[in-house]
Design a protein around this ligand. Structure first.
Ligand SMILES: O=C(O)C1=C[C@@H](OP(=O)(O)O)[C@@H](O)[C@H](O)C1
Ligand SMILES: C=C(OP(=O)(O)O)C(=O)O
Length: 409
C-alpha cells in the first residue's frame, strides 16, 4: 500500500492522541511473565513486534518466526536456550537473517547453551536445544547492540545461580539496559550495574504484580516533529506518559526544546506546543543513547530548513535496514544536501523541498513515520506505508485525526 499524504498547511494543530504501549517494555514484560506467571500486564503494545513475541512464547511449534522483530529474536534466543528440554528453530524475515546475533549466541554458549546456525554463521535462523544453564558469569562485547545484554538480563533471575555480565568496550544504547534492569527492580529482582559489570540475583519466584506499560516515546517523536514543523501555537496532547520514564527516548522534551517545542506534563498527559523557532540554524546531537530518534530528527531538521550533525549512529547499519543509507537516499530525493559515514549524518541547512517525491521505506517502520511529518510542507508518497505496524499500527489513523489526508495510490 503506497499512500499519497498531504498535511494541513498554515493551520495550527490541536488534537489529543493516545499512543500504544512501548514495544520495548512490552516485549520485556512478556518474557518475564512467561518466566513468572504472576505478572499482569496493562497497556500492552498492539504492535506486530509485541504480537510475534507473544505468539513465540505461547507456541509449542518446532519453528517460531518472529518476522522483523529484533527484540523478539534476541530475547527469545536467550529464553529458548535456557528452557531445558525445549527444541526450536527460531527464524525471521529476510532482513532478520542478515542482522548479527553472534555476540549473544557466543555468550549463551559460554553459559552452556546449545545453539547452531542453520544458514549463515553469525545470523538467524538458529536451531536451539534448551538446557539448564548453571554457569553464572560471562563476558561479552557491548558496542554492537544492547539487545544482547537485555536478552541475558531478562533470563538471568530464572538461572539457578543468577548472572554476572562483564561488558567489554563502549556500551551502546545504555538506556535500554537500564529499562531492563528497571523492570526487574520493579518486579522485585535484585540487580546491580556498576561500571562495566551487571549482577542479577536468582529469583525462584516473584510476588504477583500489575505492570502498566508506559506509551511509546519513540512513537511520540513523530508528533514532536509534527509540532515543530507546524505554525506557532500548535499543540498536541499525548497519553499515557510519565515523568519518571524507563525509556531512553523520553529525552525528547530536552532535544525538541532546542527545536522550538515546549513540553508540559499534566498527570499522564504530555502536552507539546510549538512555542517558537529552533534555537539555531544548526542542530547537533549524539544519539548513542537514543538511536531510534535519528530518522525523526534528520527529517525534522530538513523540514525546518536547518542543518544538523547527528553522531553515535553506528548501530543504525544493522537495524530494520541500513538506516544511514536509507536516510541519505530519501532525503536527497527531496533536495537535501546530506553526507553520511558509518556512524554519523551531516545535513546542510536549506529551505528547498522538491515536491511529490516517492519515499521508499525499506521495510522500516521508522522511515515511513519519520518522513510523514514532511507532509506539512509538501505532498509526498510513502511507499509500503503499512510497515508502521511493526511498532505503531494506528499511526495513519492518528495522523488523519490531525487533519492529514492519505490517499492510496
Ligand atoms: O532493547 C530494546 O528494546 C531496543 C534497543 C535498541 O537497539 P540496540 O541496542 O541494538 O541499539 C533500539 O534501537 C531498539 O529499537 C529497541
Ligand atoms: C531497531 C528497532 O527495532 P528492533 O531492533 O527491535 O527490530 C526499532 O524499532 O527502531
Amino acid at each position: 500500500m503506497d499512500l499519497q499524504i498531504s498535511g494541513p498547511r498554515q493551520q495550527r494543530l490541536q488534537q489529543d492522541i493516545t499512543i500504544t504501549g512501548s514495544k520495548s517494555e512490552s516485549n520485556r514484560l512478556l518474557l518475564l511473565r512467561a518466566l513468572y506467571p504472576g505478572i499482569e500486564i496493562r497497556n500492552l503494545s498492539n504492535s506486530d513486534d509485541a504480537r510475534v513475541m507473544q505468539n513465540g512464547l505461547a507456541s509449542g511449534a518446532d519453528t517460531v518466526d518472529i518476522h522483523h522483530a529484533g527484540t523478539a529474536m534476541r530475547f527469545l534466543t536467550a529464553y529458548f536456550a535456557s528452557r531445558e528440554g525445549r527444541e526450536v528453530t527460531l527464524t525471521g524475515s529476510q532482513r532478520m537473517k542478515e542482522r548479527p546475533i553472534e555476540i549473544l549466541v557466543e555468550a549463551l554458549r559460554d553459559l552452556g547453551a546449545e545453539i547452531d546456525y542453520l544458514e549463515n554463521p553469525g545470523c538467524p535462523p538458529l536451531r536451539i536445544r534448551g538446557k539448564r544453564l548453571e554457569k553464572s558469569e560471562v563476558t561479552l562485547p557491548a558496542h554492537v547492540s544492547s539487545q544482547y545484554i537485555s536478552a541475558l538480563l531478562l533470563i538471568a533471575p530464572s538461572l539457578p545461580n543468577g548472572l554476572t555480565l562483564h561488558l567489554e568496550g563502549t556500551i551502546t544504547s545504555v538506556p535500554y539496559i537500564r529499562m531492563t534492569l528497571g523492570l526487574l527492580d520493579r518486579l522485585g529482582v535484585k540487580t546491580e550495574f556498576r561500571d562495566q559489570t551487571i549482577r542479577v540475583e536468582h529469583a525462584a519466584s516473584l510476588p504477583e504484580s500489575i505492570c502498566t506499560v508506559e506509551s511509546d516515546w519513540s512513537s511520540a517523536s513523530y508528533f514532536y516533529s509534527l509540532v515543530a514543523l507546524s505554525p506557532t501555537g500548535s499543540q498536541i496532547g499525548l497519553r499515557s506518559f510519565r515523568g519518571d520514564s524507563l525509556q531512553g527516548d523520553s529525552v525528547l522534551p530536552e532535544i525538541f526544546g532546542q527545536l522550538g517545542v515546549e513540553s508540559h506534563f499534566e498527570d499522564d498527559r504530555l502536552e507539546i506546543t510549538r512555542s517558537g523557532d529552533p534555537d539555531s540554524d544548526f542542530f547537533r546531537c549524539d544519539l548513542i543513547r537514543s538511536p531510534d530518534l535519528a530518522q525523526t530528527l534528520a527529517a525534522c531538521c530538513f523540514g525546518l530548513g536547518i542543518g544538523c550533525e547527528l553522531t553515535g549512529l553506528h548501530t543504525l547499519k544493522i537495524k530494520e535496514t541500513d538506516r544511514l543509507v536509507a536516510l541519505e537516499n530519501e532525503l536527497k530525493k527531496l533536495g537535501a544536501e546530506i553526507r553520511v559515514t558509518d556512524k554519523s549524518l551531516h545535513l546542510e541547512p536549506s529551505r528547498r523541498i522538491v515536491a511529490m517525491q516517492r519515499i521508499r521505506t525499506y521495510n522500516d517502520h521508522r522511515m515511513a513515520m519519520a518522513f510523514a511529518p514532511l507532509g506539512l510542507k509538501t505532498d509526498l508518497v510513502i511507499e509500503d506505508a503499512g510497515v508502521v505496524s511493526k511498532s505503531y499500527p494506528d499511526f495513519w489513523e492518528d495522523l488523519e485525526a490531525l487533519g492529514f489526508s492519505h490517499l492510496e495510490v
